[in-house]
Design a protein around this ligand. Structure first.
Ligand code: SF4
Length: 655
């Protein structure tokens, strides 16, 4: 009997209103571990090159990881996958919560959707019964209203993945939401769901994943959880409380952002990702004023502290964590003065995109915007960055009050920013021009506005600066899913405990990698490969921050495979090479891509924490291509690399 997985995925065809199960061989699981690697293989094989992502033949996938749906710590994540309508290349986007595990409980390792429904529909898989049903009464509702309505009908134990108004309106910066505000937000995949007239996937199942050695799974889970859980003591609690206010000190002392694993999980548990709201602005990591500002001068601590983690968590009503996570870095807030009874704690990226990027220090506006974006299931990074683009256009006379429907789009005008978010969600007036992100908006507006679009191949660049973590420039420019901070930059990864066997036994970077470019490129390859593995297992990207995780032992407990680290890294190499191949076969000329000058310090800042820093990333990429077995001139994986990685099926698309 198959162990560790169900050995099948479900295909749903909305055009023919039919379901079909596809069995996946053990060999394929050994090559990809399941998860989004498997999703990339199936979509690459079943969707022709140059398919319009918003057309009937486009395929959208939902893939939990190998560990997802079990007690394995931090394993509750899933990926939405497909061809990005925003970048034109491979698209994937990660979300936590409880939806990924429910896919497994329905007995599938993935769900793939093709076709287009002739009117709004939702799909329900309820303890084995599968139906495609009318969603006319749900279309137009936000994600919370929709979920509540479906729960009244099918009971409180259903899990949903759904689009809000942004996806319905085919916004290219829309995402897919679950758990009332966890969003697979990047790559614009919500628009694919909208184009298919699919409002929602509703799941409820009871199936149990067959596990090779349950005792070992329990044993390793207990060991990990014991080390990871536990409340901070009195002294640590005091330190954590002071931490967000130590931002200036962190900058002055030029302190490394890395913290010991046992401390990092306590920081995340207590403060969440918004711990960075003050510190990252001071240290030069957070982009400020559409990437043109310098935190300590343009958005000084007196402003950023209004958005500090302490000011946010004082509204915390309860902890929130993804399925099987002992850290629980999220929170549910109650903000009575805004009439918000339950709202997800805003993450760092949201606070940065609507805070420092817009010179906005109005915390109430962040709560309101976070709720608006969650309900509409729109990407907060892209929405905030698109608004910063619009503000800069307005400040420079490219947009006028007539163009903005009367909104005074000045830096920090939180009331206007809230109104603009609503317009973008509903595609009203100026919102229609901005609803597909800054690059598309600049093409529509013209007048030289493209110089204010801080995007990479159409994707708004994430809220961490390459001037603080230099190899982020390489990821932002050249990853098959560009512009993202989650796609394996070695410097960013190094803020955790990944190196020196602290994350996975045996995994370490070459000695001296920080001081030798050739060794750093090797470290980058290791980072790329291990990130693919982490994602395909369904592990949270923060897992590497929190100490040693028994990955190899766990895989053995799940599957019985005697896999070693080298084999695991080869799986990661395979997945990254396939993601790369997909983006290239769609005609995206990734090696010709260039980042906006501001984002990489051209010209360099004349003062502040990033003074004098300009980032070189092109030569680094060429070295990385060589290390990966790809052609450095065009990024194409070499034929011998594709053969070595069992990726022969993609050769005909590339060559
Ligand atoms: S650390 Fe946070 S984001 Fe990661 S799995 Fe746990 S609760 Fe989810």
């Amino acid at each position: 009997m198959t162990k560790g997985y169900f050995g099948k995925v479900l295909w749903i065809d909305l055009s023919t209103e039919s379901f079909k199960e596809e069995e996946i061989s053990d060999e394929v699981y050994k090559q990809y571990l399941g998860g989004y690697g498997l999703g990339c293989k199936l979509i690459s094989e079943n969707m022709a090159s140059n398919t319009d992502p918003l057309s009937e033949n486009s395929i959208l996938g939902f893939f939990p990881g190998l560990f997802t749906g079990t007690m394995a710590p931090l394993s509750g994540r899933y990926m939405v996958v497909g061809k990005s309508p925003l970048t034109g290349g491979w698209g994937d986007s990660n979300s936590g919560g409880t939806f990924g595990p429910e896919i497994k409980k329905c007995g599938y390792d993935g769900i793939l959707i093709k076709g287009i429904a002739n009117n709004p529909k939702f799909v329900i898989i309820n303890e084995g019964e599968k139906e495609i049903l009318d969603a006319s009464d749900l279309w137009g509702l936000d994600i919370i209203e929709t979920e509540e309505k479906l729960k009244q009908r099918y009971g409180k134990f259903i899990k949903t993945a759904l689009i809000g108004q942004a996806g319905e309106n085919l916004s290219l910066i829309s995402g897919v939401a679950n758990d009332k505000g966890r969003i697979a937000a990047r790559s614009g995949l919500g628009a694919i769901m909208g184009s298919k007239n699919l409002k929602c996937l509703v799941l409820k199942g009871k199936k149990k994943i067959p596990i090779h050695n349950r005792e070992d799974l329990i044993k390793y889970t207990q060991i990990y959880n014991e080390a990871a859980s536990g409340e901070p003591g009195r002294i640590l609690n005091y330190v954590l409380k002071k931490l967000p206010n130590m931002a200036k000190m962190v900058r002055r002392l030029n302190m490394d952002m890395a913290a010991p694993a046992g401390l990092t999980n306590k920081i995340y548990k207590k403060l969440g990702t918004c711990v960075g709201n003050t510190i990252a602005v001071e240290t030069g990591d957070t982009p400020v004023k559409n990437w043109a500002g310098i935190g300590m001068y343009d958005y000084p601590f007196e402003k950023s502290k209004k958005l500090s983690a302490n000011n946010i968590i004082k509204y915390k009503k309860k902890e929130y964590g993804c399925y099987s996570c002992p850290v629980r870095c999220g929170g549910i807030l109650e903000v009575p003065e805004l009439g918000l009874e339950e709202t997800h704690q805003p993450e760092y990226e949201t606070c940065a995109a609507f805070g420092a990027m817009l010179l906005n220090d109005d915390l109430d506006s962040i709560f309101i915007i976070n709720e608006l974006c969650n309900r509409a299931a729109i990407d907060t990074i892209s929405t905030g960055c698109t608004i910063s683009f619009a503000i800069e256009c307005y400040e420079n006379g490219i947009l006028t009050k007539d163009d903005t429907n009367g909104l005074e789009l000045n830096w920090g005008n939180s009331e206007a920013i809230i109104e603009l978010v609503k317009k973008i969600i509903n595609r009203e007036g100026i919102g229609d021009i901005l609803a597909d992100g800054a690059k598309k908006a600049s093409e529509r507006i013209g007048k030289g506005s493209e110089r204010y679009s801080m995007t990479s191949l159409g994707q708004e660049i994430a809220m961490h600066s390459p001037k603080a973590f230099e190899s982020l420039a390489f990821s932002y420019a050249y990853d098959p899913t560009p512009g993202r901070h989650t796609t394996a930059s070695v410097d960013f990864y190094d803020t955790g405990s990944v190196d020196d066997e602290k994350f996975i036994k045996g995994f370490k970077f070459p000695e001296g990698w920080k001081d030798d470019i050739h060794l750093k490129i090797k470290a980058q390859k290791l980072t790329s490969c291990i990130t693919q593995v982490t994602n395909s297992l369904g592990l949270c990207m923060f897992t590497s921050l929190f100490g040693q995780y028994p990955v190899i032992e766990m895989i053995h407990a799940f599957t019985g495979w005697d896999i070693n680290l080298e084999q695991l890294l080869k799986i990661g190499h395979r997945i990254q090479t396939l993601r790369q191949s997909f983006t290239l076969r769609e005609g995206v000329k990734i090696t010709e891509n260039k980042l906006p000058n501001r984002t990489v310090g051209i010209p360099p800042d004349e003062k502040g924490p990033n003074e004098g820093i300009s980032i070189e990333y092109e030569a680094f990429y060429k070295g990385y291509c060589e290390e990966m077995g790809w052609n450095p001139k065009n990024g194409y994986p070499l034929e011998e690399t594709l053969k070595d990685l069992d990726l022969e099926f993609i050769i005909k698309d590339l060559y």
